[in-house]
Design a protein. Sequence first.
Length: 82
Amino acid sequence: MKARDSVSQSTPQVNYEATVESYVVRHLRELQGTDVTIQTQRSIVEGTLSMVHYDCVIVTKEGRDFVVRNQQIIWFTPSEGN
């Protein structure tokens, strides 16, 4: 078995880029903690808007968390009764 060289293996650097619409994130943060309806490219997600990050939101329904990428959101609104 050959001894490892003292030179460390370099790992490739990964850069993540996303378009962040600051006004969308700001409006989502205003709704944090309330019930929302979010239309994505795939389906409608309904529940409590638990967390808002620059790249995703977390919607909680019946104790389960659903992560929705901000780039997938078509529209969102407070749910009825808010």
